[in-house]
Design a binder for this molecule. Structure first.
Ligand SMILES: Nc1ncnc2c1ncn2[C@@H]1O[C@H](COP(=O)(O)OP(=O)(O)O)[C@@H](O)[C@H]1O
Ligand SMILES: [Mg+2]
Length: 405
């Protein structure tokens, strides 16, 4: 009965902070880089309250943790919205080696989709014996029951806009609400970091690599690991190992899509992808002229020989619209349509030749991110939605088929 005589203000003044409620609220905040709740990954080192004053200490995995300002803001916002909280003392610090090791085990467990953290812990600080694809364990998103669609973007030759298409499609998929990773497997001609405009390097926690991200797309590229201007010379097995590590030692989370910027042509990387990611799908980028289309066709046939499912064709540099408003077909016409018909797959879209696309690539300001309403960005958005609505490829296995011998 007494309550009736209290004003709401009075109630608030008298209320101490509910410690359990405070901890629950903070623990549930999702850390954006890792996509996991703070409580699970051990970032909250201290949460205490005395009457209406709370003390929060957050330990970041490394000092240069991306997005730490935004994370601090979010923690303040959430703590401030807990009833009774009037003062927040906030400390941002860096994890100890032990805390980092514990986080590494948590991430490894997530990556493997393993039931027990022990399995991940056994993966070893020594760098031996941990789960590479070849050792029988695969990243969770590569397992047969994973819903992640891995889509290799391929072309017959370089310079047709494969990376441009990969980067803009990845962003378009992310903007339509999907979680997206971009693996730059073009180990000789890597360009994704620059094109996507990532502003930090991947973070390495022991044997776990945390991809960078920009425009909602997580990214890994050889470009982050080799010094500028240094030629990269890979032999087949090293290449295989590098790609495999990007997939099995990287914390990608459980993305809806992983787009793979493939090297041009039909080399070792396609073979590795086919081995490591048997469910991978392929889209082929070509320019409109018949010669380019024939080269692209070879790469599509090679993909099929590896049992990768070719899902569609993207024609790039289809036309240039002059100041007079007319379309000029600088590289000929019809290549994309012909290739799609030959392969029996849809032509997913035609991307015009636009200066803003090149500039965006050079400056790390992809057109889909910086000018999403432009005609060209809408072409990418449309391709992304067609790709999404195609659904995952059905994997045909000869031994499971009744009709095929
Ligand atoms: N539709 C387009 N309009 C204008 N420039 C483009 C277009 N597509 C690609 N480019 C430019 O052409 C060059 C080659 O494209 P890129 O994506 O790097 O090709 P690839 O990965 O196939 O080698 C880059 O400078 C890129 O910015
Ligand atoms: Mg490229």
């Amino acid at each position: 009965m007494e309550r009736l005589f209290r004003t709401p203000t009075k109630t608030r003044e008298c209320m101490a902070v509910d410690q359990v409620q405070l901890e629950a609220a903070l623990s549930a905040i999702i850390e954006p880089e890792l996509g996991l709740p703070l409580g699970q990954i051990g970032l909250l080192r201290e949460v205490t309250s005395r009457r209406r004053r709370v003390r929060i200490e957050v330990a970041l995995p490394v000092a240069a943790w991306p997005g730490s300002d935004e994370l601090a803001d979010e923690i303040h916002r959430v703590a401030g919205s807990v009833p009774g909280v009037e003062e927040i003392e906030f400390d941002l610090t860096v994890m100890t080696d032990e805390e980092r090791a514990a986080l590494r085990v948590i991430l490894r467990t997530e990556m493997l989709g393993a039931a027990s953290p022990d399995a991940a812990a056994e993966g070893g600080h020594d760098g031996h014996g941990h789960a590479h694809g070849g050792d029988g364990a695969a990243a969770a998103f590569l397992l047969p029951d994973s819903t992640t669609r891995v889509i290799g973007v391929s072309s017959g030759k370089g310079g047709v806009g494969k990376s441009t298409v990969t980067v803009n499609l990845a962003i378009a998929l992310a903007e339509s609400g999907h979680s997206v990773g971009l693996l730059d497997a073009d180990v000789y001609g890597f360009s994704a970091p620059k094109m996507l405009g990532t502003d930090h390097d991947p973070i390495i926690l022991g044997d776990v690599v945390i991809p960078t991200s920009a425009h909602g797309v997580k990214c890994l590229s050889m470009g982050y690991f080799v010094p500028d201007d240094q030629p990269v010379i890979w032999r087949g097995p090293m290449l295989h190992k590098a790609i495999q590590q990007f997939l099995t030692d990287a914390y990608w989370g459980r993305p809806d899509f992983v787009l793979v910027d493939m090297p041009p042509g039909t080399g070792d990387v396609a073979l590795t992808l086919a081995q490591v990611m048997p469910k991978a799908e392929i889209i082929v980028v070509t320019t409109p002229q018949p010669a380019a289309q024939r080269v692209a066709q070879r790469s599509a046939f090679a993909a099929r020989r590896l049992k990768l499912s070719v899902r569609g064709v993207v024609e790039n540099m289809s036309w240039f619209t002059g100041d007079d408003g007319r379309r000029y077909e600088l590289f000929g016409a019809g290549g994309g349509q012909t290739l799609a018909a030959d392969l029996g797959v849809p032509l997913l879209g035609q991307v015009p030749l636009v200066n803003a696309v090149r500039l965006g690539g050079d400056e790390g300001r992809p057109i889909v991110a910086v000018d999403p309403e432009s005609d060209t960005a809408l072409v990418f958005t449309d391709i992304a939605s067609k790709l999404a609505s195609l659904g995952p490829a059905r994997v045909y296995r000869k031994e499971l088929s009744l009709r095929e011998g």
